[in-house]
Write a protein that binds this ligand. Structure first.
Ligand code: GLA
Length: 363
């Protein structure tokens, strides 16, 4: 009798213990990233109207994230294809989805050198427009787009990627710069602030952890602040890789920008399983695009590190946004290497949480 009950108790205990350790390996299905991080910062994701129409992806977004950014729908080219024509359909659909589900929206973006419509820099005579005309067009664009979503979009990436890729240069020699000098940056923030004084305004860029780029961005931000331009935040795009950034460089960037009194958001987070490259090229013969167990492990480790740093700096980090939802689709699948699959996110191709996900929520 005694022996039997000891066995019985033992069996119950064994079941409890093994169940709980199995649980520790898994994730709590009732919680999403937004819940694990509810006392830290909103966790967002870049979306397309197509992803919102897909019931599985929409359900994943609603359960995991409490902020969204339109991946393309609010960029100048797609939203303002001709001087007197705006294409609101996609942007409206994204904002409506967010409102229906109590999700915040980050606007992206108001002024960039890429994905700009061709009419913008050209007059009716086919020649390049003057600075006055270009700034007037920028103002009209910002008034109209920011005005339309006033009160529905809480933060905007106002200027995207204005710093040159060449570390010996300062501002990128884009058409914006050629025609307006640095004034286009100053003016874009003024116009955005006038259009919605409550929106939080960001300067957004990539490779912000590389010391030389960090310094040049700092210099630009300082110029804006000294000139009393309404800029409140800096976006670290965070298109990172398995080995970049280091913890030290990430910390240094956060501290440096925070020292200007700015808030920081991680705006386009993904973790490529290949080293960072910018120039488009073809896949090399024999170049593998398999997601090996070793890469999976390294990626989980890198994600764990960056989120540890984000949590540590929750006083200045006001949002973390992933660039795409799951490994079934990432802009990195074809960029910069045509036809090379990438696996940069926390959910796999079947929308299931990866090892990296479990690291991110384990704290
Ligand atoms: C940059 C832009 C984003 C997006 C990515 C690639 O980071 O800011 O809008 O275009 O490139 O998807």
């Amino acid at each position: 009798m005694f022996k039997k009950s000891v066995y019985a108790i033992g069996a119950v205990l064994f079941t409890i213990i093994s169940n709980s350790s199995a649980k520790a390996q898994q994730t709590d299905q009732s919680k999403g990233l937004k819940d694990y991080y509810s006392t830290y910062f909103p966790v967002g994701v870049a979306v397309s109207p197509r992803s919102l129409k897909d019931s599985k992806q929409a359900a994943l977004i609603i359960s995991q994230f409490n902020s969204i950014t339109p991946e393309n729908a609010m960029k100048m080219g797609p939203i303002h294809p001709a001087e007197n024509r705006y294409n609101w359909r996609d942007a409206d659909a994204i904002v409506a989805f967010a409102q229906a589900n109590g999700i915040k929206v980050r606007g992206h973006n108001l002024c960039w050198h890429e994905q700009t419509p061709s009419w913008l820099f050209m007059g009716e005579d086919g020649k390049q427009v003057s600075k006055e005309v270009l700034l007037q067009r920028l103002k009209t664009h910002i008034d109209t787009v920011v005005g339309r979503y006033k009160g529905k979009i809480y933060a905007w990436d106002v200027v995207n990627e204005a710093i040159d890729d060449d570390s010996t240069k300062f501002l990128r020699n884009s058409l914006w710069y050629k025609i307006c000098g640095e004034d286009f940056i100053f003016k874009a923030f003024e116009y955005a602030h006038a259009a919605d004084p409550n929106a939080v305004l960001f300067y957004n860029d990539y490779n912000t952890e590389r010391p030389e780029k960090r310094e040049r961005i700092y210099k630009l931000l300082k110029r804006l602040i000294n000139a009393k331009i309404p800029v409140q935040g800096v976006g670290l795009q965070a298109h990172w890789s398995l080995s970049e950034p280091s913890e030290k460089d990430l910390e240094a960037t956060i501290k440096k920008f925070a020292s200007l009194g700015l808030k920081i958001q991680i705006t386009e987070l993904d973790m490529s399983v290949y080293p960072w490259e910018k120039n488009r090229r073809d896949k090399l013969p024999g170049e593998s695009d398999a997601f090996s167990a070793e890469k999976e492990q390294q990626q989980a480790k890198q994600y764990a590190m960056v989120f540890k740093v984000f949590r540590k700096h929750k006083d200045v980090i006001t949002g973390v946004t992933f660039w795409n939802i799951a490994d079934n689709y990432s802009w990195l699948d074809n960029y910069p290497v045509k036809g090379r699959k990438n696996y940069p996110l926390l959910f796999d191709q079947n929308l299931q949480p990866k090892k990296a996900y479990r690291e991110v929520v384990k704290f």
